[in-house]
Design a binder for this molecule. Structure first.
Ligand code: APR
Length: 183
């Protein structure tokens, strides 16, 4: 018996693309603890949202690793941006797995609080923060499925993969977690 149902699996979508173009209620940003922007998806989101995003982020006083904070989406199609800070990979013995799982859980909890129905995630920590992709993907998919199994208000979670390698790994992991033979 898995911890989630086929219906929960049906609420997960894996796509390859640019998260700044996602027409969803909220997109999640893989930020750093300052919340003042950076490279990677953080840079892309700030460029697409415009200066208002940084202005609001400046008021937030930063964010601890594993935590999440929410702002408006400004010029993005998404109404909200949820900024979460993933762990930097330091070999796997510094609580990185739990911190990454917390990023997904805390982001989803914030989303539910704002009435978000459809949310898009990037592959948090798998770029500059060097978290091994396969491990990070398993943590991401497991955390989201567990959350969805207990929270019917989230209709769709979209994993937006920027490159084909990430897309392939996400597809494989979702298929593995969601191909439980029907009893
Ligand atoms: N849309 C979706 N995914 C993207 C986009 C985009 N426009 N741009 C990059 N990505 C992907 C990367 O290819 C990677 O798969 O997001 C994933 C996360 O990589 P990073 O953006 O490097 O984030 P992370 O590894 O969590 O490192 C965070 O990087 O950009 C800085 O300010 C950020 O200091 C923080 C650190």
């Amino acid at each position: 018996m898995t911890e989630w149902s086929a219906q929960d699996c049906n609420r997960i979508v894996v796509v390859q693309g640019d998260i700044t173009r996602e027409n969803v209620d909220a997109i999640v940003n893989a930020a750093n603890r300052s919340l003042l922007g950076g490279g990677g998806v953080d840079g892309a989101i700030h460029r697409a949202a415009g200066p208002g995003l940084l202005e609001e982020c400046r008021q937030l006083g930063g964010c601890d690793t594993g935590q999440a904070k929410i702002t408006r989406g400004y010029q993005l199609p998404a109404e909200w941006v949820i900024h979460t800070v993933g762990p930097v990979w330091r070999g796997g013995t510094h609580g990185e797995a739990d911190l990454l799982a917390s990023c997904y859980r805390n982001s989803l909890a914030l989303a539910v609080g704002k009435g978000v129905r459809r949310i898009a995630f990037p592959a948090i920590s798998t770029g500059v923060y060097r978290f091994p992709l396969e491990r990070a993907t398993r943590i991401a998919v497991r955390s989201v499925l567990r959350f969805l199994s207990a929270e019917p208000r989230i209709e769709e979670v979209r994993f937006v993969c920027f490159d084909s390698r990430t897309y392939t790994v996400y597809r494989e992991v979702v298929d593995e977690f969601c191909s439980e033979p029907c009893p």
